[in-house]
Design a protein around this ligand. Structure first.
Ligand SMILES: [Zn+2]
Length: 134
């Protein structure tokens, strides 16, 4: 933070002592106008900074959504690429029991009976889904 220049202090002191000369009055008015312009510039700069932060936050949210979409599409490509997974499978996602649960899909054929199964043999079914109960 900058301090006010000495001439302004001197002029303010003379104003408060009621001994300000007419030309000093003009000098003080000019100094006040300059200070007001600086305050306005800083307000404008602060407004620009706030807008920039808002834009950066929006860009971050768009980036996160785009990255999630890329992951979805990559998973879809992996599912549809021959040799990387069964050509056709049920596709039900294993429930996320913990945040560490690997989100894999059922590898059994579509319309299979009984519980769903991962490629590692883990089995699950939805209690409310009558057709998936074993
Ligand atoms: Zn299944």
């Amino acid at each position: 933070m900058t301090t006010q220049p000495d001439p302004v202090h001197h002029l303010l002191d003379r104003l408060l002592r009621d001994v300000l000369l007419p030309e000093e009055r003009e000098q003080l008015a000019g100094a006040v106008r300059i200070l007001q312009a600086r305050v306005n510039e800083q307000g404008g700069a602060a407004s620009v900074a706030v807008s920039a932060v808002r834009l950066m936050n929006q860009a971050g949210a768009q980036r996160d959504a785009a990255e999630a979409r890329v992951r979805e599409l990559e998973a879809q490509v992996a599912r549809l690429t021959p040799g990387t997974s069964p050509a056709e499978h049920c596709g039900h996602q294993i429930p996320a029991l913990t945040k560490h649960t690997e989100r894999t899909e059922c590898v059994l054929r579509p319309g299979h009976h009984g519980s769903h199964a991962t490629q590692h043999g883990a089995r699950w079914w939805w209690i409310s889904n009558a057709e998936a109960t074993p």
